[in-house]
Design a protein around this ligand. Sequence first.
Ligand SMILES: CC(C)(COP(=O)(O)OP(=O)(O)OC[C@H]1O[C@@H](n2cnc3c(N)ncnc32)[C@H](O)[C@@H]1OP(=O)(O)O)[C@@H](O)C(=O)NCCC(=O)NCCS
Length: 145
Amino acid sequence: MALIRRAAAADLDAVLAIEGSWKTTPHWSRRQFEAELKSPRSIFVVAEADLAVLAYAAAWVVVDEAQVLSVAVHPGALRRGLARKTLNGLLDEALKSGCRKATLEVSETNEGARRLYESMGFAAVGKRPGFYPDGTAAILMDKVL
Ligand SMILES: CC(C)(COP(=O)(O)OP(=O)(O)OC[C@H]1O[C@@H](n2cnc3c(N)ncnc32)[C@H](O)[C@@H]1OP(=O)(O)O)[C@@H](O)C(=O)NCCC(=O)NCCS
């Protein structure tokens, strides 16, 4: 069973290792993650199981909207429900912070992530062609909390 909790400085090595193992993450630096830990408008959670950090998710609170910035799971721990659980933990925190809606952008080619978001009740509400550096479009998705 994974525990979802707020991230701390001691988690950053594990978070950076997870982030660095994927091409589809935003590739934040350690300094950017440190800023998220300190920012009052940021919600940054990790999933911990067997004393290891296996997933993380981050969002910004903008008035009553949670803008989900990143979700990623350790490549050795996929399809165990960790992303869903971590994202649900993030959205619970967003609700407690007064958010009534969550938004995100996902590459149209990232089918795994799109299915994850759809399975959690996010709906596609728009598209930004050429949004990512490789020229792929971003699908904009929303969920009422
Ligand atoms: C996308 C990602 C977060 C999914 O993590 P995960 O822990 O494996 O996902 P879960 O086990 O919680 O899956 C929940 C549901 O999402 C869907 N899903 C997840 N990965 C999928 C895949 N590769 N293909 C199809 N559906 C997928 C399924 O509906 C799944 O339910 P099921 O296993 O009962 O069929 C993970 O693959 C990842 O970290 N990818 C790299 C980072 C990334 O692209 N993040 C999103 C953009 S920032």
